[in-house]
Design a protein around this ligand. Structure first.
Ligand code: AMP
Ligand code: TRP
Length: 339
C-alpha cells in the first residue's frame, strides 16, 4: 500500500514552556518557524504536557506557558498566519499518544538518547512520562499530518521514531498518517554553552552564564559574552580544536546573516576582546526588538491567552479530522457529536 508520503507541505513544531528561551532555541528553531510560516501551512505548539515529564511547579508551568506564547509572538510568529496553540488545550494529543503507545515498542523508546540523558541512569525512579515522551511528540506531529518538522539537531532521533510509528501504523491499520521528516538547518542547529563549548546551550542544564536569554537586558548580554570561555591562541578563527571560538563566530554570523568565513576575515587582525565586544553589541541590537515586543505583550496576558485560545480551536479542527479516521481504523466507536 502506498505510504502517505511527505507531501502535505505542512510543518509542525513544538517547544517546551519549561524554562526561558535562549539563543540556541531562537537560532536553531524559532527563527526557522518564522520563515516557514510565510510560505507554508504551519502549526506551532507550546508543549505543556511534555513539560510535566520532569518535576514541575503548577503555578510556574501555567505562567511560563503564556510567557512562552508571548515570546514566540515577539520573535515574529504571527498567530494570524500560523496556528500557535497550547498542547493541553487540544485533548486529541493525549488521546493519540495513548493509541501510539500501544504501537511503539519498549526497545525503541529505551534507545532514545534524550531519555538516557535526562534519566541519568536513574531509570527506575524517573516518571513514566519521561520514557513515553517521544510517543506524545509523535502524536503532536502525526495529528496534523505534517510533513516537515523544523527542529535543532537534538531532536533528530525523536523525528525518526515518529516516522517509524507512522509507517508501522499505516501498514497495520491502513494509510492514515504522513511520515514526517526533520528539517534541520545546516548552521545553528547546535549552539553550544558559553561556559562549556562541549555542552549544548540548554534550558534545563547549565547556569545563567551558559546562555543568552532572549529577554536578557543589554548589560546581561554584554557580561555573558565578555565572560564566555575562549580557546587557547589569539586568532579569531573557527575550526577543529577551537570549539569556543567556533561557537561565538557562528553566533555572530547567524545574527548578522553572513558566514563564518566573512566573520573570520573581518576580525582577522582583532583580538578576542574586540571581537567579543562587537558580538555583544550585535546580539544586543538583534534581541532588542524581541524584548521590547515581549514587554508590551506580557503587560496584557489576557490578549496572548485569547490568541492562544483561538489557535487551539483551529488546531482542534484539524486534529479531530485525523482522530475520526484513527478511531475508525483501530476499532474504537464513533463519537457522538456534541449537542
Ligand atoms: P527545547 O529547549 O528542548 O524545548 O527545544 C526547543 C527547540 O530548540 C528544539 O527544536 C530544539 O532542537 C532547539 N534547540 C534547543 N537547544 C538548542 C541549541 N543549543 N542549539 C540549537 N537548537 C536548539
Ligand atoms: N521534544 C521537543 C524538544 O524538546 C519539543 C517538542 C514536543 C516537539 N513536541 C514536538 C518538537 C513536536 C517538534 C515537534 O525540543
Amino acid at each position: 500500500m502506498a505510504q502517505r508520503e511527505a507531501r502535505s507541505g505542512r510543518v509542525f513544531s513544538g517547544i517546551q514552556p519549561s524554562g526561558e528561551l535562549h539563543l540556541g532555541n531562537y537560532l536553531g528553531a524559532v527563527r526557522h518557524w518564522v520563515t516557514a510560516q510565510e510560505a507554508r501551512n504551519a502549526f506551532y505548539c507550546i508543549v505543556d504536557l511534555h513539560a510535566m515529564s520532569l518535576p514541575w511547579e503548577p503555578a510556574e508551568l501555567r505562567a511560563r506557558t503564556v510567557e512562552t506564547g508571548a515570546l514566540l509572538i515577539a520573535c515574529g510568529l504571527d498567530p494570524k498566519r500560523s496556528g500557535l496553540f497550547v498542547q493541553s488545550q487540544v485533548p486529541a494529543h493525549a488521546e493519540l499518544s495513548w493509541i501510539l503507545s500501544c504501537v511503539a515498542r519498549m526497545g525503541e523508546l529505551r534507545r532514545m538518547v534524550q531519555f538516557k540523558e535526562k534519566s541519568m541512569g536513574a531509570s527506575e525512579s524517573v516518571g513514566v512520562g519521561l520514557f513515553t515522551y517521544p510517543v506524545l511528540q509523535a502524536a503532536d506531529v502525526l495529528l496534523y499530518r505534517a510533513s516537515g518538522v523544523p527542529v535543532g539537531e537534538d531532536q533528530r532521533q525523536h523525528i525518526e521514531l515518529m516516522r517509524d510509528l507512522a509507517v508501522r501504523f499505516n501498514r497495520r491499520f491502513g494509510d492514515t498518517f504522513v511520515a514526517p521528516h526533520a528539517e534541520i538547518a545546516a548552521s545553528g542547529a547546535r549552539i553550544m554553552s558559553l561556559d562549556d563549548p562541549t555542552q549544548k546551550m540548554s534550558k534545563s542544564v547549565g547556569g545563567p552564564g551558559s546562555k543568552v536569554l532572549l529577554i536578557d537586558p543589554p548589560e546581561a548580554i554584554t557580561k555573558k559574552i565578555r565572560s564566555a570561555v575562549t580557546d587557547s591562541g589569539r586568532r579569531v578563527a573557527a575550526g577543529e580544536g577551537k570549539p569556543a571560538l567556533t561557537n561565538l563566530i557562528t553566533l555572530y554570523a547567524l545574527a548578522e546573516g553572513s558566514s563564518v568565513a566573512a566573520v573570520e576575515e573581518r576580525f582577522s587582525s582583532a583580538g578576542y576582546g574586540e571581537f567579543k565586544s562587537a558580538l555583544a553589541d550585535l546580539l544586543v541590537a538583534t534581541l532588542a526588538p524581541i524584548r521590547q515586543r515581549y514587554d508590551e505583550l506580557i503587560s496584557d496576558r489576557a490578549e496572548t491567552e485569547r490568541l492562544l485560545g483561538s489557535g487551539a480551536a483551529a488546531a482542534a479542527e484539524v486534529a479531530e479530522t485525523t482522530m475520526r479516521d484513527v478511531r475508525a481504523r483501530v476499532g474504537l466507536p464513533e463519537r457522538a457529536a456534541p449537542s
